[in-house]
Design a protein around this ligand. Structure first.
Ligand SMILES: *Cc1c(COP(=O)(O)O)cnc(C)c1O
Length: 452
């Protein structure tokens, strides 16, 4: 059997990791995750770790689901792969498109398949411009996005995203993208009433459209709740105002549902939770609970009709668009979510329980704010909460807290100095208790380390 040290050495020799400082990684050695069951991971040293992040916001039905394993095995035996180019399709692809149309808001009945969330947003980037060109308005090209947004890591995804360090490497964003502020009340609007703040940042969209000219703006894209940006939950006033502005100026509203989709908020989509009517929705992650890579763009009827009647080809697509095995797994995943009433259970039982328990951490000396919505949570750490003073080096504190937490048997992720959580949607109440217990112990340990 290969030892952990041998695996780490080979990994260091041959594997370039995503979003990783390899000098730093070489010092510590990578953690080798070996197997998983339910909401627990096991590493190569035999440590059992509660996965408070559902992998990377995706393993919504938990690990080890036989239904998904069987769906993949059966489909691979029948037809592992075929493409959807050249006037072809496969039965699992059709079935998944049907199911998604049923689950999506009533005005959405088409899907364009991709292999990931980034590819979904790249598709959106090209599709909104092609759409307006088909409508005879080719000058409607600019896409408005938000600071600190995350829309993936491809050229268009990183460009639409608002992560400064990503832009600095390689001259991003590409042209044609404008940006407004995020609805991050705790960090950027603390002196204001939250609802007044929500309205004010939403109205930045209107000001931006007027500055550019509505005849030049194609779309506005945002995550219903900003995930990788630190679980930024907008005030109640925010989304209705954004919807109003998009309607008035005929701007396509794009919801990046890659995290919020498939039950995370206690509704099927974040857009359902906030009562908005997007023209396009990016999906991935929870679509297959991460068992196989698959994503897509849900397309409103009026856009699909425009494409279909344009008399033109949309020159876009991927080898793995509508991959039959990935589609079969995604369908089986949706069936589990429906049959087990998981989305309703998140809404009625788990979200209130998670909110109640996690908010108990707000009394901790290091915790400035705890916010939750559905099964998304954020614990915002502060240097001195009585003065609303943040740490100078937020990233270092967040990383230290993450490492302590993993050592204590809980995966939390640090975004700056905000610890974020997104557990599998099948987590049990006693597992939520364990999660909060380990989070508190990690905060206590962090306080000791910071004082030393
Ligand atoms: C993860 C994520 C993406 C990118 O998805 P990939 O599958 O990693 O390409 C896009 N948007 C949001 C909101 C995400 O969280």
């Amino acid at each position: 059997m290969t030892t952990t040290a041998e695996l780490q050495a080979l990994d260091a020799q041959h594997h370039l990791h995503p979003f990783t400082d390899h000098g730093d990684l070489a010092k510590k050695g990578t953690r080798v995750i070996d197997r998983a069951e339910g909401v627990f991971l096991y590493d190569s040293e035999g440590n059992k770790i509660l996965d408070g992040m559902a992998g990377l916001w995706c393993v919504n039905v938990g690990y080890g689901r036989e239904e998904l394993i069987n769906a993949a095995t059966e489909q691979m035996r029948q037809l592992p792969y075929y493409n959807s180019f050249f006037q072809c399709t496969t039965p699992p692809t059709i079935e998944l498109a049907r199911q998604l149309s049923e689950l999506a808001p009533a005005h959405i009945n088409h899907v364009f398949f991709t292999g990931s969330g980034s590819e979904s947003n790249d598709t959106i980037f090209r599709l909104v411009r092609h759409f307006w060109a088909c409508k005879g308005k080719p000058e409607k090209k600019v896409i408005i996005a938000r600071n600190n947004a995350y829309h993936g890591s491809t050229v268009a995804g990183a460009s639409l995203g608002g992560m400064k360090p990503m832009h600095e490497q390689g001259d991003l964003p590409v042209p044609g993208i404008e940006r407004i502020n995020q609805p991050y009340w705790f960090g950027e609007g603390f002196d204001e009433d939250p609802n007044a703040f929500g309205l004010r940042v939403a109205q930045e969209l209107e000001a931006k459209i007027k500055a550019i000219g509505e005849d030049k703006v194609a779309a506005f894209i945002a995550e219903p709740i900003q995930g990788a940006g630190g679980v930024v939950i907008p005030p109640e006033t925010y989304w209705p105002e954004i919807q109003r502005i998009c309607d008035v100026y005929e701007i396509l509203l794009v919801a990046d549902e890659v995290i919020c989709g498939f039950g995370r908020t206690g509704e099927w989509f974040g857009s359902d939770y906030f009562g908005i009517k997007p023209d396009l929705m990016a999906i991935a992650k929870g679509l297959s609970s991460g068992y196989l890579p698959i994503g897509g763009v849900l397309v409103a009827d009026h856009i699909a009709e425009t494409l279909k009647s344009s008399g033109e080809e949309f020159y876009h697509g991927f080898t793995y668009s509508g991959h039959p095995t990935a589609a079969a797994v995604a369908s089986a995943n949706l069936k589990i979510l429906k049959d087990e009433g998981i989305v309703e259970r998140v809404k009625n039982e788990l979200a209130p329980y998670f909110a109640d328990k996690l908010k108990q951490l707000a009394d901790h000396e290091l915790v400035g704010e705890v916010r939750t919505l559905g099964l998304l949570g954020a614990i915002e750490l502060m240097k001195d909460k009585s003065k609303h003073e943040f740490f100078e080096n937020k990233g270092a504190v967040g990383t230290l807290c993450r490492d302590i937490s993993v050592g204590n048997g809980l995966v939390m992720r640090g975004v700056g100095s905000t610890m974020i959580l997104s557990p599998p949607l099948v987590i049990k109440k006693e597992e939520i208790d364990l999660l909060v217990e380990r989070a508190r112990k990690s905060l206590d340990d962090l306080a000791i380390r910071l004082k030393a």
